[in-house]
Design a protein around this ligand. Structure first.
Ligand code: AMP
Length: 210
């Protein structure tokens, strides 16, 4: 069959980025992620202003901007793992008109665990590899194990913005999870284990969906 179409849902910090990288490697699909696309175009002028102002406040970037990014990325992808979209019901309906999905997986993680993961996260400014000040320390503090780049904290990983991102998730994105659950499409995965444990369950779900 053709390459799988996978949607990965979960709150900020649930591990969508980490697991997406594994999916890309194991199933040879493209990683389509609105967060990375927006970070690379933070100062792009749109009729709503730049993405930066929304992102630094922890708010959603307006739908027309993100819908256009996803539509273009999906058109050129055979298989994909979509991460960070849809984040509200309007986006979920838009996605419905763009493509079909083989698997909708939801990584479920408790809120306090998410706050600890996000506020302790450090990201390589060169290659984007994630570390954590407690759970996944680099060999040398502040330096990326992979490429030697500087480790930084994302602007939106401060506690205040993290709390706001989680509020936005509860208000806007939890209804998206219900939308797929009601349709009988949702596969819920416990996202609280180690990355390897979560990957074991996710891989099994993808294989079962193929
Ligand atoms: P992420 O890296 O997925 O946590 O996304 C970082 C930020 O980018 C979010 O807090 C939003 O400001 C913006 N963003 C990412 N994806 C979307 C989306 N689907 N809709 C609106 N805003 C988004």
């Amino acid at each position: 069959m053709s390459q799988p179409h996978i949607l990965l849902l979960g709150a900020p910090g649930a591990g969508k980025g980490t697991q997406s990288s594994r999916i890309v490697e194991a199933f040879d699909v493209e990683h389509v992620t609105t967060g990375d696309a927006l970070r690379a175009n933070k100062d792009m002028e749109t009729e709503y202003g730049t993405p930066r102002s929304f992102m630094e406040a922890g708010e959603l970037v307006p739908d027309p901007v993100v819908n256009a990014i996803v539509e273009e990325a999906l058109t050129s992808a055979d298989g994909f793992v979509l991460d960070g979209y849809p984040r509200n019901l309007e986006q979920a309906e838009e996605l419905d008109g763009m493509t079909d999905l083989d698997l909708v997986a939801y990584l479920n993680v408790a809120e306090e665990e998410l706050v600890e993961r996000l506020t302790g996260r450090r990201v390589c400014s060169e290659c984007g590899t994630n570390f954590h000040i407690k759970f996944n320390q680099p060999a040398v503090q502040g330096v990326c194990d992979e490429c030697g780049g500087d480790l930084i904290q994302r602007d939106d990983d401060t506690e205040e913005t993290v709390r706001e991102r989680l509020r936005v998730f509860r208000e806007n994105t939890e209804p998206v999870i219900e939308f797929y659950r009601e349709r009988g499409q949702l596969v819920e995965i416990d996202g609280e284990g180690t990355p390897d444990e979560v990957w074991g369950k996710l891989k099994t779900a993808i294989e079962a969906a193929q």
